[in-house]
Design a protein around this ligand. Structure first.
Ligand SMILES: [Zn+2]
Length: 247
């Protein structure tokens, strides 16, 4: 049977610690809790790592977080050699916050890049050092310099970022919200989470289940590291932290 984990990161991406109780440990040692602030790998964003603190103060190191049989079942994979947990045991959950915050900044930067480059997305991956997005983009006028400049204008404009839920019907009536050619948002459960940048989505709105910063200035200095031609009409953009290095 599949468990339903309460995904605390969905309502508050800034919960670096939270509490949870052990609901189950699967046959591969994966830990399932009643609720968690650990993001599970999904939508191009890697899952969280960190540790669980037990009542006696000892720690269980978590090496990965993934989804199980369904998207709402979240499984925490312990590192090798961790002690076994009891069902019902209460834990304090500590996300590796330095890493997660970088992922939130990078993930938000990917949304901004999809605004600067309003072309169909064919692939994307968020990383804590570097992210990439592949676009169907035949136009060679997009350079690392001018795209970096436009990204940083949006960072400095400090638009607020929020989420809201819309119905499947509302999404079906606004097909322009979907930018990815390959990844369809999860339809059919009646509700889609929309990530909204700017007042009333003045900058952007798109379906996304990931974690983001709450205003664009938190993204900080980023630049386009490299633009690779992946085919006649496909280009891969890499986003990196820091200012554009002078060549
Ligand atoms: Zn997102």
């Amino acid at each position: 049977m599949a468990y339903e984990t309460k995904a605390l990161f969905r309502d508050d991406a800034y919960l670096s610690t939270a509490e949870g109780s052990v609901v189950a440990v699967n046959d591969r040692g994966g830990i399932i809790l009643d609720s968690t602030n650990f993001y599970a790998t999904s939508g191009g964003q890697p899952g969280d790592i960190g540790h669980f603190e037990r009542a006696d103060g000892s720690a269980i190191q978590i090496a990965a977080t993934v989804t199980g049989e369904t998207k709402s079942e979240i499984i925490h994979i312990p590192a090798e050699g961790q002690a076994a947990l009891a069902i019902g045991e209460k834990l304090v959950l500590h996300v590796d916050w330095a890493r997660r915050y970088r992922l939130m900044r990078m993930h938000t930067a990917c949304h901004l890049l999809s605004v600067v480059c309003p072309f169909p997305i064919t692939g994307a991956a968020v990383g804590d050092e570097e992210s990439r997005i592949d676009f169907d983009l035949p136009d060679p006028s997009y350079t690392r310099e001018n795209v970096t400049e436009r990204l940083m204008e949006m960072v400095r404009a400090n638009a607020p970022i929020s989420t809201r839920w819309i119905s499947d019907a509302e999404l079906a009536g606004n097909p322009g919200l979907i930018k990815s050619k390959n990844v369809r948002p999860p339809m059919g459960n009646g509700q889609i989470r929309l990530v909204v940048i700017g007042e009333d989505g003045a900058v952007d709105s798109q379906p996304c289940g990931g974690t983001h910063v709450s205003e664009t200035q938190e993204v900080g200095d980023i630049h386009i590291g490299k633009i690779e031609k992946k085919g006649k009409e496909n280009r891969r953009f890499r986003i990196r932290f820091g200012s554009l290095p002078l060549l």
